[in-house]
Design a protein around this ligand. Structure first.
Ligand code: T3D
Length: 265
């Protein structure tokens, strides 16, 4: 049986590919286990400085595997969806947000339900022009999970978030761009190449600064201005002692491109 999550490292980028194309990469136990293993490796390997998360085949991710939702001997247990969020989805979303390395979520095709929200947990979300997005939850009597009710209003505002969640309509990649849900679109033919290029570019940037940016931006969702200014001060103090700050300034003075190592000290 093919691995449910493919993992490859290229030019300091971990390429994590959801790999159940026949099910549009719907999330089952195998995918969750594969993602846990992938992120454990990414967290533990200093040589990995960026992540590219994408899907195999024509889909990015069609959300939870509905074929397995209620099937099997333990159907009653499976209806405790809170337990499945607690075990699989919530730790994954927390992990992605806390990861001290940038994640490019490269939405190559349909992103539905928790599959869409998995993409939103990334740092930079890009999409192929043929991709589409849907908060499919309402169609099966659920609410958006996997961080959807947190990310959506912050990314696209209350009005659009509520409409997408309640209507469960599908939006095109162009609409997602217009809404501010994704950063950039690429033609399908060059999508994977451009996504990798973006991730490799991120892997060459000052990794400590990108990690600190994630901390600061995560904090800004909940902090007031005073707390956020304090957080910026504390993080910038740390940045001042990184070799990449010294290299960045030196490169500027010497009028050459900086060669960042991403090292902490
Ligand atoms: O159980 C829990 O843990 C609950 C937690 C829920 C969190 C959630 O994510 S809820 C949202 C779950 N996802 C959905 O409701 C989306 C279901 N899928 C669709 O509505 C459509 O497949 C799409 C709109 C995404 C794409 O449509 P289309 O026409 O491009 O493709 P298709 O023909 O429907 O799908 C292709 C195959 O993938 C098909 O299999 P088949 O008929 O060729 O054997 C289809 O059944 C399968 N597939 C698509 N989505 C899922 C799936 N199989 C299992 N689970 C899926 N979510």
């Amino acid at each position: 049986m093919a691995e449910a999550v493919l993992f490859e490292v290229k030019d300091d980028v971990a390429i994590v590919t959801l790999n159940r194309p026949e099910r549009l990469n719907a999330l089952n136990e195998d995918i969750h286990a594969g993602l846990r293993a992938a992120f454990e490796r990414i967290e533990g390997d200093e040589g990995i400085r960026a992540v590219l998360l994408t899907g195999a085949g024509r889909g990015f991710c069609a959300g939870a595997d509905l074929m397995q939702s209620l099937a099997g001997a333990s159907a009653a247990e499976k209806r405790d969806l809170g337990a499945s969020l607690e075990k699989d989805y919530n730790p994954l979303v927390r992990r992605m947000r806390a990861l001290p390395k940038p994640i490019v979520a490269a939405v190559n095709g349909v992103a539905a339900g928790a599959g869409m929200n998995l993409a939103l947990a990334g740092d930079i979300i890009i999409a192929a022009k043929s991709a589409n997005f849907t908060q499919a939850f309402v169609r099966i009597g659920l609410i958006p999970d996997a961080g959807g009710t947190y990310f959506l209003p912050r990314l696209i505002g209350e009005a659009r978030a509520r409409a997408l969640a309640m209507l469960g309509e599908t939006i095109t990649a162009e609409q997602a761009l217009e809404f501010g849900l994704v950063y950039r679109l690429f033609d399908d033919a060059v999508f994977q190449e451009e996504a990798l290029k973006m991730a490799i570019g991120l892997a060459q940037k000052p990794t400590q600064a990108l990690a600190a940016m994630k901390t600061a931006l995560n904090g800004s969702a909940d902090n007031g201005l005073d707390a956020q200014l304090d957080l910026e001060r504390d993080l910038q103090r740390k940045m001042g002692y990184t070799p990449d700050f010294v290299e960045g300034v030196k490169a500027f003075v010497e009028k050459r491109p900086a060669r960042f190592t991403g090292r902490a000290g």
